[in-house]
Design a protein around this ligand. Structure first.
Ligand code: SF4
Length: 500
């Protein structure tokens, strides 16, 4: 391996050695790993957080070059005690560290390391994005280069911060001294760095390393099928919440039981949901309990308001009243059914620019949601949380919001309670699985936008674009997507209603 191991590569190695090896040596296998728009935005957001936090270090000088040039530039800045240094770079023994901030301490004649994170706390455990390991890696590289490191800090977002009219960067961030924790971890991290160098440097593909046969599907990467061709595409790894029951999964894997049809239900104690999932897969017919569905849905009071929000949650609060990652409700769709046989009405709102939509949304809620009825959502805690924050920012709407909070019903409950189980749900109660199974004429996959994260990204692109045609196109796609979310709930409700 010719390229030195960066701290990102090291972190990814800690998370999964095999995945990192494949990324380095078989990139053609990993086209799926091209960053999605959402991941790109997360990376950009990380950059924004870093740029914002840098204002806490006035007079800083950024190392703008890369590779050996960056090392030379850093060495010159260190020699002249220029401080603080942003992106201080060192390459040694096959490792490359680029540090967010290196700051000279006159008192100790040493350099302090600062790691800037867009998180709300210091991550001190786990192999994924462990901030202490990240700092220990940098500490090791700088020390090998002869840079005396004194203290280590993590500067992260302050989750209690709420923006006033102006952004107060000193309040937005919290800095924690983690020096002793990082120094304690150094021997362990250096041993792992040596292991990374050996493992990632192998030219022959390591036979061992992919342990994801013991993890649920959501924790596997897309190379799982490559490393485990013996496991079918729909397998015991897809059993509902099997990742949380590691012993059960291990029991199955150790007996080479991968196909759901082969699971011996009399020998392993699975949850009712898992057993139902296997049974409907076996029979390839849904399991429906009309009486239970009636008991669930009959009490719902008309009008029925099918409501869904799309939100954008930036790390750095854009408007007064928002904290880090507070959701900006930039769009909603509301389908209203006033009586059982009535006409379906549709109200929608898409905020057109980079201003706070809260008041526009609250006014429309006030206008369209009456004193009686049922607000139907899918995963109601999300919509209720949006409402809670609206009431916080606009107390004059608090009585309205409080009343509305008592009107919510979660349509997902019908499926969560197993009143309707379909083989095509594949153990999920996500509307993305339920809708095409129950109402095949409605599909998300044909839309340009097919998920909340993508919608969030699209809105930000729309409000920051200066191309009217692009803005129009995105607005149309967003309205189609959000409109389908609430129409889908109506269509599912209607299908269920016809069962009794
Ligand atoms: S499937 Fe899991 S263990 Fe295998 S390479 Fe991917 S992340 Fe690593």
């Amino acid at each position: 391996m010719t390229r030195p191991i960066s701290k990102t590569t090291f972190q990814e190695f800690l998370f999964c050695p095999k995945n990192m090896w494949l990324k380095l040596h078989k990139p053609e296998l990993l086209e799926q790993f091209a960053l999605s728009e959402y991941e790109q935005r997360l990376a950009e957001e990380g950059n924004e957080v870093e740029a914002c936090a840098r204002t806490l270090f006035p007079g800083g000088v950024e190392v703008q070059s890369f590779g050996e040039k960056a090392c030379e530039e850093t060495a010159r800045l260190i020699a002249s005690h220029t401080s603080p240094i942003f992106q201080a770079t060192g390459i040694v023994d096959g490792f490359l560290a680029r540090s967010d901030v290196l700051s000279y301490d006159n008192g100790t004649d040493m350099w302090d390391l600062y790691e800037i994170k867009g998180t709300s706390s210091v991550h001190t455990s786990g192999s994924d994005r462990n901030h202490l390991d990240d700092l220990a890696f940098q500490l090791s590289v700088h020390r090998r280069l002869g840079v005396p490191i004194g203290r280590c800090f993590v500067t992260h977002l302050n989750s209690d911060y709420v923006r006033s009219s102006e952004l107060d960067v000193s309040e937005l961030f919290t800095t924690e001294d983690v020096t002793s924790l990082v120094f304690d971890r150094l021997p362990d991290v250096e041993a792992k760095m040596a292991a990374a160098l050996e493992y990632l440097g192998r030219t022959d593909e390591p036979v061992i390393g992919c342990e994801c046969q013991y993890r649920g599907r959501s924790n596997q990467c897309t190379t799982f099928a490559y490393s485990h061709p013996e496991v079918p595409a729909y397998s015991v790894h897809d059993l509902s919440r099997i990742g949380a029951s590691k012993k059960k999964l291990q029991w199955l894997v150790e007996r080479n039981i991968f196909d759901l049809i082969e699971v011996p239900l009399d020998e392993i104690a699975l949850s009712d949901i898992q057993v139902n999932q296997i049974n409907v897969h076996h029979r390839q017919t849904p399991m429906i309990s009309p009486d239970a569905i009636r008991d669930e849905l009959e009490p719902l009071q008309f009008p029925l308001y099918f409501l869904d929000y799309e939100t954008f949650a930036p790390a750095i609060p854009l408007f007064p009243g928002y904290g880090p990652f507070d959701k900006i409700p930039f769009q909603f769709s509301l389908h209203i059914l006033r009586t059982k046989e009535g006409e379906l009405e549709h109200v929608e709102y898409l905020h057109p620019d980079k201003t706070d939509p809260t008041e526009s949304v609250a006014v429309l809620l006030h206008e369209h949601i009456g004193a009686k009825g049922t607000i139907i959502a899918w995963n109601k805690s999300f919509e209720m949380d949006v409402h809670k924050r609206i009431a916080y920012r606009l107390p004059q709407f608090a009585p309205l919001i409080e009343r509305m909070q008592g009107m919510f019903y979660d349509l997902k409950d019908v499926f969560h309670k197993q009143h309707y189980v379909h083989p095509d749900f594949k153990g999920s109660v996500s509307i993305k699985y339920v809708l095409p199974a129950i109402v095949p004429s409605l599909q998300y996959k044909e839309l340009s936008i097919h998920g909340g994260a993508q919608a969030s990204d699209a809105w930000w692109t729309m409000v920051t674009s200066d191309m009217p045609e692009e803005r129009q196109l995105i607005a149309k796609d967003l309205k189609t997507y959000c409109g389908l979310d609430t129409y889908a709930m109506y269509a599912i409700w209607k299908h269920l209603r016809e069962l009794w």
